[in-house]
Design a protein around this ligand. Structure first.
Ligand code: PLP
Length: 390
């Protein structure tokens, strides 16, 4: 009787699925110190290299001096301060939507938007590789929940034909563990044909895709009719923290009334919004960051193909190397780490069984020489892997 946590943990360990937290002892950047060891890291979602940018840090400091540190209360009480409001206006402008609403995290934005929009008697349809926060929100909403085949508008259309009530189609914009880009024009057409709404979580596309970093919506030129619910997060390319939902006046007012993860939580520190305002400025103005990143992505893909690595169809900074078995992914990650390079092993349940991988992420702060170094080690490390028995 009782909770046998020891057995549960031992089982996870035996399946090579045990998680450990690397202890970061330096700021984000390509050269880090982890657990006392200097490493060249290809593991961060700080895609544009803004998490430790001096101007963003200075904006944070100035924000704290002007506004203090804590948000103090929820937005609906007395926690909605000037910088939050200004940031919402700037995010609405970036996305070309009438309004945007700031959330404390992306997880909460997804939970808030989905549960506010659909409930019992409605339908939520999701890509089977969607981020956990979207899947959790779908379950929590109480709506009928079905997953369509990955990035497959036909599979979506067949589910749409059977949908009941208000129907929300939900997809990652850039898939977080695969790096591929959702086929939004086709998904939007399928949704619109059935009067369903499309919601895109563009956590990994904002900042990196689109001429001004406006993400997949800008990349495909999708306006509010095709894409009524647009979610972005601020902890990745923007280098800070938090998230937002952008859309119509009515959508945002609906979320303010009904999105529980918006209503029942303290607002993020206003100084954080000051920092994000600065990083937003850099995201929009400094095109060279996206250009440099694109060059590194091309360099990595060409080099990886040359050494026979199996890549996914990803034009983004997320470049996974699928190894199949969790133990192999751990083995290669460990091998690299012993040689001073950090690339995280991603295993089930984060990815489907049999598709464990190394998730290489490139950032605008990496140099071409660092990417070459990674490729040289990957060639050697991959060749040294024991063959799969599966
Ligand atoms: C696709 C996607 N959506 C949402 C989130 C959650 O965002 P946050 O870290 O701000 O909670 C993440 C990762 O963190 C993500 O990869």
């Amino acid at each position: 009787m009782g909770f046998d946590l020891k057995a549960r943990l031992a089982e996870r360990q035996a399946a090579s699925l045990y998680r450990r937290r690397p202890l970061l002892q330096s700021p984000q950047g390509p050269q880090v110190i982890v657990d006392g060891q200097p490493l060249l890291a290809f593991s961060s979602n700080d895609y544009l290299g803004l998490a430790n940018h001096p101007e963003v840090v200075a904006a944070w400091r100035a924000g704290a001096e002007r506004w203090g540190v804590g948000g103090g209360a929820s937005h609906l009480v007395i926690g909605h301060s000037g910088p939050h409001h200004e940031l919402e206006l700037a995010l609405a402008e970036l996305t070309g939507r009438p309004r945007a609403l700031l959330f404390t995290t992306g997880y909460m934005a997804n939970l808030g938007a989905i549960t506010a929009l659909v409930g019992q008697g409605d339908t939520v349809l999701q890509d089977r590789l969607n981020h956990a926060s979207l899947l959790d929100a779908g379950l929590l909403s109480g709506a009928r929940f079905s997953r369509y085949l990955h990035n497959d508008a036909q599979s979506l259309a067949s589910r749409l034909a059977k949908a009941q009530g208000n129907t929300l189609v939900v997809t990652d914009g850039v898939f977080s563990m695969d790096g591929d880009v959702a086929n939004l024009p086709a998904l939007a057409r399928a949704a619109q044909a059935q009067g369903a709404w499309l919601m895109v979580d563009d956590a990994h596309g904002f900042g990196t895709l689109g001429r001004s970093g406006g993400g997949v919506a800008e990349h495909f030129g999708l306006g509010i009719d095709a894409l009524p619910v647009l979610v972005g997060t601020l902890g990745k390319a923007f280098g800070t923290a938090g998230a937002f939902v952008a859309g119509s006046e009515e959508l945002i007012e609906t979320l303010i009334q009904f999105a529980r993860p918006y209503i029942y939580t303290t607002s993020q520190p206003p100084a954080l919004a000051c920092a994000t305002l600065k990083s937003l400025e850099l995201v929009r103005a400094e095109h060279w960051r996206r250009q440099h990143l694109a060059a590194l992505i091309a360099q990595f893909r060409t080099g990886a193909r040359r050494i026979g690595l199996q890549l996914l169809d990803s034009p983004t900074p997320i470049q996974p190397i699928v190894l199949g078995d969790a133990a192999r992914a751990l083995q290669l990650s460990q091998w690299l780490r012993e040689r001073g390079v950090m690339v995280g092993a991603i295993r089930p349940p984060t990815v489907p069984a049999g598709s464990a991988r190394l998730r290489v992420t490139l950032t605008a702060s990496h140099t071409a020489e660092q990417v070459d170094h990674l490729l040289v080690l990957l060639a050697e490390g991959y060749a040294s892997l024991e063959p799969t028995h599966a």
